[in-house]
Design a protein around this ligand. Sequence first.
Ligand code: PA5
Length: 452
Amino acid sequence: MHLPIFQKKGVEVVKLDVSNVLAEEIGDNGLIFDEVERTAKRALSLVSEKKFEELDFLNLPKQDLKTLKKISEKARQFEYFIILGIGGSALGPKVILESLSPFHNLIKKPKVFICDNVDPTTLKHLIEFIDLKKTLINVISKSGSTIETLVSFLIFWRMIKERRLPVENHFVFTTDPEKGNLRRIAKEFNIPTLEIPKNVVGRYSVLSPVGLLLAETIGIKSEALLEGAKVTIKQALKENIRENPMAVLASCLYLMDILKKRKIVVFIPYSDRLKTLSEWFSQLWSESLGKDGKGTTPYPSIGTIDQHSQLQMWIEGPEDKIVVFLSVDMHGFQEEIPKEFHNIEGLSFLGGHTLEELINTEQLATEMALWMNKKPNMKIMIPKIDPFTIGQIFQFLQTTTIMAGMLYGVNPFNQPGVELGKRLTYGAMGKRGFESEGEEVKNYLKKKKTLI
Ligand code: PA5
């Protein structure tokens, strides 16, 4: 049985196919639809019960875009646009850049660089490549205290000052409306600043100025991204779960963990343009759900490449995975595969097909191979990659994650587990107030190691 396709008439919305997680398709490895439905309904009612203030990100489609548009006009005049940020303050912009403007730096201006690591070599090469006079630097940090972002900022700040360039012309901050180091510096040095709304947290902030300034700077209309999100938010509120793919996806992933011990979620879009979406989703899922010993581990993949590196494990390895495909109906390139070498069957059968046909057929064949081996898999389907669908898919995955968080009974908006590592780094780097963590690091280094 195939469930009715989840579709809103008149608008091309994201759809979900859950056939291949159901017991009637894959036997004992599968779920009973009634249970999926019950759990999806529970997820929905829990979301409306728990009044998390962080759900304010659902209001982002209504934001005022005036200041953002003005700053982006200025940004477009530069040759280079650099983003300094990490985690939720970098991965969303990366998805926007790579999905909506592939090969951007080879074709368009300003050239965009998103620096999320503090790898000294990366920074060195970037600094050698750009011309600071023609560079706008967008520092993105909600807290204004993230060490990696601040360090890269300090390096660029000093360089801008050494060249006697006006800092207010070369920096834009995207940060908390009131608090934090960046807000303080912005006030003192008159740096143009965009606000991340108070209750919007990092990994749910892509549709705030975090992602939208870059979008506008590279010529993508924020309105289209936000319209996609708006349509999806409406869908997420549907009580009829056959019209609510997010509640169903959350329910299936949760039940696959709890009932079937499927602890690894392989997320595999079939498009190079969505490679960073895999990374973005992995951060969203991990940081939101990995709490109190609960949650599942996301495995970011990309089709068709991971068919050649991972599929063997998915088909014949341990029974601990569920595969979530993301298929793209139209890739927008209809070039025919040439009909050459008529006398060599190994090549001639390909002639006349298209690359689009091939990538989509490979997705289908992989899905079928899993199904024939009774391995659970699901498919998120999008018609094409454009700002409207990317807005939808961001919202779709964010909402699914929150619903899963409700089912696990965890707070999907905090990340207490990453705090200790941050404190130890502060201590080791000599930040006031973190002296005891600094001592802990010293003692750790003195400990006897078993080196082989
Ligand atoms: O999702 C989150 O909250 C985190 O991943 C943050 O985005 C990340 O730690 C960066 O934080 P900030 O924007 O405060 O620099």
